[in-house]
Design a protein around this ligand. Sequence first.
Ligand SMILES: C[S@@+](CC[C@H](N)C(=O)[O-])C[C@H]1O[C@@H](n2cnc3c(N)ncnc32)[C@H](O)[C@@H]1O
Length: 318
Amino acid sequence: MFIQQAAKAIREAELGGPLTTIDDGVLTGYSGEKLIGALQRLCRLHDGDPTACYLEIGVFQGLTLLSVAHSMPSMPCHGIDNFAFFDPDGANLGIVEARRAALGATNAHLINEDYEDALQDLDRHLEGCRVALLFVDGPHDYRSQLMCLQLALPHLHDQAVIIVDDSNYAHVRQANRDFLVTHPEFRLLFEAYTRCHPQNMPQHEHDNACKGWWNGVNILVRDPDGTLPASYPPTERDRTLFENDHILHASPAAPFLPAASGLVSAIDRLSPIAFLAQAAALKLKMRGTAPARKGMYRAMNTGSEGLPEAIHHHRDQD
Ligand SMILES: C[S@@+](CC[C@H](N)C(=O)[O-])C[C@H]1O[C@@H](n2cnc3c(N)ncnc32)[C@H](O)[C@@H]1O
């Protein structure tokens, strides 16, 4: 019954977009209109349940958190963000607080922490509530995507729905798949994708993504009775990129490899000027960190220096 209602809420969001419209300019951010409509409608399914709350990871300037809190004033709505990204002027926390005040959304609560710290200590914030709708829109690396799901799991409501934004990304789909395979009591209820990231689209297509689900979405639902067939978001069988993680972690060049991808694309574009400019910037970045890299091996760095030879964690009874 709940799963039917959730499916209906998603279909209605596809047709109708957001439930409440808020004055232009009060709320802006990075989420599609259908997605906001789905968040609002899925929360509404729990209207009247005092044990249910909404939790999102990745608040930015509050578009999704405040859209939900505004449409569900009786539901506690929690948003985790450490405001460490997309915030060059350090203004986002203040923007969310000002918008929350403008909307009178006193049920919206900010948890200004890294998601891992916040999720590991979540009971302190939930005050006995269970997370009926979890919206995952924070860090998008594979490990964080999976950890958001794993760490939130003990706090989820019996009738929980999980919405994972940015599921266009292959590594986000892989994390969702890995979670679904290892937690068969959850099933994939809905998935939607676009052919590329909206930022890489021409204007008219970008506008459609804003009206739609933005950068792809996977919606998971707790389904202990297996009402839905087991199905998974599409992923590649070749796992080389994930396996490369081991080489990256053990390399002394690891901190510089994201910046070095610019060098590779300059080579690809046969652009010597871009190559030299990027190489110079990289060298500058590396210079300050030379002492930290002293003594590292060319490869297979384990990071285990200083660890004890052996520890027994089981003590024999006296
Ligand atoms: C794409 S934005 C969220 C967009 C927002 N849901 C909206 O509707 O506009 C991602 C957010 O995740 C936050 N974030 C990234 N890594 C984080 C981490 N490790 N812990 C907490 N928040 C994080 C960033 O600060 C950023 O504000």
